[in-house]
Structures are given as structure tokens and as C-alpha cells.
Design a protein around this ligand. Sequence first.
Ligand code: FAD
Ligand code: SIN
Length: 535
Amino acid sequence: MSNPAPAARPAVPPLDLLVIGSGVAGLSAAVRAAEVHGLQVGVLTKGELEQGSTRWAQGGVAAVLDTDPDSTDLHLADTLAAGSGLCDREAVRVLVEEGPARVNELIAMGAVFDRDPDGRLQLAREGGHSLARVVHAGGAATGAEVERALVVAVRDTAAALLERWFAFDLIVREGRCAGVRALAPTGEVVEVAARNVLLATGGAGQLFSVTTNPAEVTGDGIAMALRAGVAVADLEFMQFHPTALHSSAMPRPLLTEALRGHGALIRDIRGERFVDELQPRDVVSRAITTQMLADGTDHVWLDATGLEQFGDRFPTIAAALADAGLDPATDLLPIAPAAHYLSGGAVTDLRGATSLPGLWAAGETSCTGVHGANRLASNSLLEGMVFGPRVIEAIADGSEGPEPTGAMRAVLEPDADDEVAAITLPPGPRPVPGPLSARSSRSASRHAQQLMFTEKAGVLRTAESLRAAHAISFAHREEIGPPTTPEAWELANLCDVGCALALAALVREESRGAHTRADFPDRDDTRFRARLVHR
Ligand code: FAD
Ligand code: SIN
């Protein structure tokens, strides 16, 4: 499926590491590689350095920075509970133990987090957390500050910064990843060679027409991995954030979970409460969707009227609401769930190695096993900050291939894990056998694909809807043919990832975490305490 045009060579120095993507995961890795180990690092990214989900992150970073009364054991327990039986305990242990040091390094690098008048970091509580442990910046503008600090550092240290370059395929030579094929800003196809490649291309929220994710989040790295036969898992666990502002904006403005941590309530269309607001977000999103269906409405309400000093604590949210003509002191805020975070991706071991030697993955593109079936709020920035740098330590140690640790055990030792088993799915898009009630509109466009996917593979799924989601994604992909522009590649990637997600969701005949099957409403630990791996 590679672009057939001849590939040119770019004028970049020989690279020890090529990082694809410039969010928290890619930049945390790039800065460490250059600063601590003196590696020659290139960062290739399809937009400006600042683009990606990271800069939009609101609530904060979950990390135990104050051990009274909190502890990493409690953070671990909350993460495992949110993950509904599919987290890799070792990976979560790494996340919670190493997270605080990574946050402190970011602060030393210049990131400014919110503090009390006495100088202590302010800690917020979010859904699924048993205590307040989320550090934040600018009220609810944490990602912008994290990204700002990392961009400053990487501009000082990287050997090459390739902005507005679009990676579309992995180069695999003699069983090893040797670089990527990319479209240069000129539109020319270029081969960028590197001894190691780190996929840090973020998630795939743009699969859906209702999402909090910016336009560039199109699953490119996961699609590249799928096309190269790299093991990919947990794709069925797309997390829907419960409190996106109900509006026609795309992406949907997010009303941070920290609002509920501060006491905001969720009310149905009659003004009645119907869910415990501080449960993990899969539970809250499901309750909202069920309530909307029962009431025949397209939204419920977030009631923040009781929150004091809203504008001081959440200035960016207050501004977004004012733009929408809403005053949180007096108005109920219309909300509905929106696609937000992909828990799965390219399977890695505990040091970020994928199943293809020379290829590493970190951040939302990866499946380290820390999120299981549902990510705990504010564990994502943390994952990028912890596992991006781990890749660099592995490369610096001369590590070559994956080891049977973390989620990689499901690939290398599928029968050895006594907690989470593995089920292997076919690697590439292909038709799913069985009856079909829907066909492709034969009008492949991003919007058509997104609308279809939201309807058929959204919060509530059935075998029938998922077969249709798969078949239409497959037909759209065939209709696109060999892409030649970034826009066409993005749509192709959405279709490839859509096929794989729909297939996994079809095979998983149970409801668990962020994956809800209306036709299989119960969790089934006998058949499905397992990672579904595309190979
Ligand atoms: P990203 O930050 O998405 O970066 C991916 C990079 O890859 C981008 O630079 C992109 O341009 C580049 N790229 C993609 N494809 C290609 C390609 N083909 N070629 C070249 N470059 C490519 N998480 C939290 O922990 N706390 C929060 O408070 C929080 N709030 C959030 C609020 C919103 C509105 C959103 C959308 C997400 C939020 N999240 C939060 C989730 C979190 O922001 C993301 O999961 C995280 O930032 C992902 O980081 P990343 O480095 O993996 O990917
Ligand atoms: C939010 O602020 O609600 C988003 C937090 C997250 O996605 O982790």
C-alpha cells in the first residue's frame, strides 16, 4: 500500500532516532535522547510542532506528588479499577512510580503548574480517583503549558525538526524498521532513514463526528503499524468523555472533568440527577447515553451553578462558555459524550519496543497496557511523560527487540500471562463474513465516514451495527485507492483503523470498560479477560 512515486533523500543528518509526532510523548522522548544521551534526534511532524491533542489537554496530570494521605498504591488501585480487568499491573506500577519524577523534571524544565498562595501545588480530583492528585496549569489549560515547555526544550536540542512533513508508511528492511516514507511540504515523497523510529502520532478521535480531538488526530501511526503487520491491540476501547459541550463545533469544546471534581452535577432534561458524577468516565458516559435515549434528547445538563469563583479557577472554560453565550453561574450547560481517547494502539513492552525491531511507540499511539479497557482521567499526559523517556533508556542500553513484559506478553507469551490472555485477530482490512444490513454510500469522505462511525461504532454497539461499520469502512478504503496527499492519507488511515476497531468490537461479545455491546450487556471474564491483538 506504499505510495508508488519514487522516493527522494532528505537533507537531514544521519539520525540515531527519528520521532514521528510532537506531542507530550514524542517530545518527552526527543528531549531526553538529546539532553541526557547526546543522541542525534530528528522530530518529524505533520503540522506545526505545537499541534496535536497535547496542547488541548485540560484537567491535568495525575501523579502522587504529595504522599499524605495519597500513595502510589492508591493511584495504582484506581487505575486498575478504571481499566476493568485488562490493565497490565507491571505497566501501571511503572506509570505511578516513575510519574512523580517526570512531573518534577518538567517543572525543572520550566513548566509552570498552579500553586496555592503558600507555594504548594494545587491538586484536583477527577472521576475514578479516590483522592485529589491531579496537578494542573492555567486552571484547565494544562496541555498548553506542558507542550510549551517541551517545544522550547526540543528547539534547543534536536538535530533536525521537520515540520509539515507527513509520514505515511514504515520502511522495513531485513525484518527491521529503517525509517519512514513521508510527504515533504513540497508534496515530494521522501524516505527518511533512521536507526530507530518512535511512533508518537497520538490517537484516532477523528474516526467520529462527535469528538474532542483536533483535526490532525487521525490514527496515522496505528494505520502505519497495521499495514506493516506490527502487533496492535485494544482498539475497541475508544473512550467517550461524558462532558463535551453539546454544540455544532468540531471538535467539541470540552468541559473538564475537574468541574465535577469541584462539585458540578449532571442532571437529566427534567433537572434530576441520575448518576454518581465521580465514577470513571465510561460509567458516566454510558449512563448519559442511556438517559438521552430514554428521554429522546440529544443532551443532558452539567450544573456548575454551585461552583464558587468559576472564572478564577477555570478561566479558559469560562471564556469558551462566554463565546457560546453561556454563564455557568446561572445557566445549565448542555453536554453529551464525545469520542476522546483511544486506549489501544501499537503493542509495546515496558520500554516501548513494538513487535518490529527498530520501531518503538509511546503515548496515545501505543498500547503499553496501562489503560486496559478504560483510561483513568489524567493518566494520559503522564503515560507520554513516563514511557517516551523509557524508550530512550532502552535505545541507549542497546536494546534491539521487544521483551515479554507489559502488554507485549500478549504477543510474545500469549499463554503465560495468568491475568490477561490474548486473542489474535487478522492483521489487515478484509471483509467480515456474515449478514449485512447496510452498504457503503460509495461516497468516501471524512465526514461520511465519521457520521457512519459515530452511529454504528459509538457508545452503544451491536453485532449488526459493527458489521456495517466494518463493511462501510472497508468499502470507503477501497474507493479511496492509493492516496497521494496528506488529506487522502488521513482518510485512508481512518478507514484502516476503523476496520480494525470495528472488527475487534465485533469479536468482543461482552461489555467492558469503554466498550459497550447492547446485545452483550455483561462483562464476560471467562471468554474475554483477554487482549485482542491484530497481527
Ligand atoms: P498528540 O499530542 O496527539 O501528538 C501527536 C503528534 O503526532 C502531533 O504532533 C501530530 O501532528 C503528529 N502526527 C500525527 N500523525 C502524523 C503523521 N502522519 N506524520 C507526522 N506527524 C504526525 N489527558 C490527560 O492526561 N489530562 C488531561 O487533562 C487531558 N485533557 C484532554 C483534553 C482534550 C480536549 C483532549 C483532546 C485530550 C485530553 N487528554 C488529556 C488526552 C491527552 O491530551 C492525549 O492523550 C495526549 O496529549 C496524547 O499525546 P501524544 O503525544 O500521544 O499525541
Ligand atoms: C478533562 O480535563 O476532563 C480531560 C482529562 C483527561 O482526558 O484525562
